[in-house]
Design a protein around this ligand. Structure first.
Ligand code: CA
Length: 225
């Protein structure tokens, strides 16, 4: 099913999450502080990381930033309501998703499933190629002019989604629904803009003048057909 790292300093929360995940068939590991969480995340292989923001040692943002310098493991941030504004900050640092505390176990399991499913889908769908861009789905790797791009699972999913549907314009709502799988839940639309901006910085020759991921003013984003 998958191996999940839980980085959470509140023992009671960490334990109940681990208990529920284990019951679903996941294997889980707990780190009670940021320093330990980061070293586990770097040394071992996880399919997904649940990362609390307020942590002793390194906080969640510091862990995420250091992790992203080396690995693209999907990360779901666990944020408290008052940290709402920081969600965008987290996405800019390379988080794939976030869930607001307090969350229900069903909500958490659904987010985990959606994130793991996206990684699976990305591995099995056929490989697209477009000017200078090659996508190797088995490795979830994108090369630009022969150079490997470091993309997070979410950036990869967005790029592949737009590629698979090139020629069609998608609104931010549609992308939230399709790529983030926010079923019927109206997420923060800026999340999409942040992700597109980050992706452009990685795939475009001139991010300020994008040719691969285009903006249709007032409508959304698309890739040329
Ligand atoms: Ca905490």
């Amino acid at each position: 099913m998958g191996r999940i790292l839980i980085v959470e300093d509140e023992r009671a929360i960490a334990d109940i999450v681990a208990f529920n995940l284990n019951r679903e068939g996941y294997e889980s590991e707990i780190a009670l502080d940021g320093t330990r969480g980061l070293s586990l995340a770097l040394e071992e292989e996880f399919d997904l990381i649940l990362l609390d923001v307020m942590l002793p040692g390194l906080d969640g943002w510091e862990v995420l930033k250091a992790l992203r310098e080396q690995k693209t493991t999907p990360v779901i941030m666990l944020t408290a309501r008052e940290e709402e504004l920081d969600k965008i900050h987290g996405l800019e640092l390379g988080a794939d998703d976030y869930i607001t505390k307090p969350f229900s176990m069903n909500e958490l399991k659904a987010r985990i499933k959606a994130n793991l499913r996206r990684v699976e889908y990305a591995k099995t769908a056929p490989s697209p190629t477009t000017e200078g861009l090659t996508v190797d789905r088995s490795l979830m790797r994108v090369c630009k002019d022969g150079r490997v791009l470091e993309l997070t699972a979410r950036e990869y999913a967005l790029l592949v989604f737009l590629y698979d549907h090139r020629g069609s314009v998608f609104s931010r709502e549609q992308l939230l629904e399709q790529v983030w799988e926010f079923d019927g839940f109206l997420g923060d639309l800026r999340v999409v803009d942040v992700m597109v901006r980050r992706l452009r910085e990685k795939v475009e020759d001139d991010p300020g003048n994008p040719v691969l991921i285009r903006t249709k003013r007032g409508a959304g984003y698309y890739m040329e057909g």
